[in-house]
Design a protein around this ligand. Structure first.
Ligand code: NAD
Ligand code: UDP
Length: 339
């Protein structure tokens, strides 16, 4: 019998890439999603890539009854990777209740049902946003966490605290939180990738949409930061390297005993690239000239953020293998496949 793993938010951007990685490593994958920010066609696309069609259930995980029967049905699962969440930073400022209700209720329902059904391994999608404006770079897991500026970001910080409290008393559940830095890129097949609805908030999908003619011009937010070229620096990580990090975390949960209740890992490359670095890589790999101009800094943005991921490298035996050029190339191939 195959190891079964539940992937919530499994038709979403990171969930779908992680599903591919798990299927290709011999796991039986069950995807659960309410399709609020993804499309059912992803299930067939995962099948095209892997040759295996994952089971899919359309459920709103804030629905206590439906979530409970879903977990009862899949009580033989070895673990849960919890991607399901609303994630638009700006929207969360306008709709704080919706964001707290959705993201925290999903987490509470999933944890409770895991305990009841003795499903032991839990992985939580956290974010570098929990560090706020860092005092020191690169950021280690020991760095102080700060209250994120947006309600979305705060659902990650509060989410981590909920897990920490819960695993102390849980008899069955162990957890790992992965603090992602900036995931970009797409699967090399061009069949799955990031598909933002409406105007993208994030840099990479904005760039590809401008190049594809969907948007007119990219605004580069800020050119007066104290960085090598004046634009802000982030730690961009290829979504497939991120998917592999989930595999490594899952293995860690399987391999460690019950006393190892909760661990946190930064998941980044450790390399900081500026907005202009990303643009220049994109222009090179896509052979497109990007239309962009400079604008004011975006409110809430920090000048520089990049990870010290040595803990993940040491403990999870994980590292990245894909470059910024791989990220921008695959993002462009994905955008082109949407035409
Ligand atoms: P995504 O929006 O593509 O995927 C999330 C999925 O969750 C969507 O398919 C959505 O339909 C589903 N969902 C939302 N609410 C649900 C509910 N109530 N019930 C069932 N399904 C629900 O987002 P993503 O980029 O793949 O992000 C995955 C996770 O990683 C999220 O938790 C996000 O906060 C976190 N994260 C993402 C980034 C990033 O830059 N993409 C960075 C850090 C952390
Ligand atoms: N950015 C930009 N123009 C855009 C979107 C983003 O210049 O249209 C910059 C943003 O200011 C930040 C970087 O690109 O410095 C990454 O932003 P993104 O929203 O992708 O991720 P964040 O690090 O804010 O979560």
């Amino acid at each position: 019998m195959k190891n079964k793993v539940i992937i919530t938010g499994g038709t979403g951007y990171i969930g779908s890439h992680t599903a591919v990685e798990f299927i290709q490593n011999g796991f039986e994958v069950v995807l659960v999603d309410n399709l609020s920010n993804s499309d059912i066609s992803i299930v067939d696309r995962i099948e095209k890539i892997t040759g295996i069609k994952p089971e899919f259930e359309e459920i709103d995980l804030t629905d206590i009854k439906k979530t409970s029967s879903f977990f009862k049905k899949h009580k033989d699962a070895k673990g849960v990777i919890n991607f399901a969440a609303l994630k638009a930073v700006g929207e969360s400022v306008q709709k704080p209740i919706e964001y707290y209700r959705n993201n925290l209720n999903i987490l509470l329902n999933v944890l409770e049902n895991m305990e009841v059904n003795s499903i032991s391994n839990f992985i939580f999608s956290s974010s570098a946003t929990v560090y706020g404006l860092p005092d020191k770079l690169p950021i280690t897991e020991e760095s102080e966490t700060k209250r994120p500026t947006s309600p979305y970001g705060n659902t990650k910080k509060v989410g981590e605290e909920i897990i920490e409290d819960f695993v102390k008393i849980a008899k069955n559940v162990k957890a790992i939180s992965l603090r992602y830095f900036n995931p970009i890129g797409a699967h090399k097949s061009g069949l799955i990738g990031e598909a933002p609805t409406g105007i993208p908030n994030n840099l990479m999908p904005y760039i590809t949409q401008v190049a594809a003619g969907v948007r007119k011009e990219l605004k580069v937010f800020g050119k007066d930061y104290d960085t090598k070229d004046g634009t802000a620096i982030r730690d961009y990580i290829h979504v497939m390297d991120l998917a592999v990090a989930h595999m490594a975390a899952f293995k860690r949960l399987n391999d460690t005993g019950k006393d190892q209740k909760y661990e946190i890992f930064n998941i980044g490359t450790g390399i900081g690239y500026s907005v202009l670095d990303v643009i220049s890589s994109f222009e090179k790999t896509s052979k497109q000239k990007l239309n962009y101009s400079f604008d004011d800094r975006r409110e809430g943005d920090v000048p520089m953020l990049y990870a010290d991921s040595s803990k993940a490298s040491k403990v999870l035996h994980w590292g990245t293998s894909l470059s910024l050029d791989d990220m921008t190339r695959s993002s462009w191939e994905w955008e082109e496949s949407l035409k």
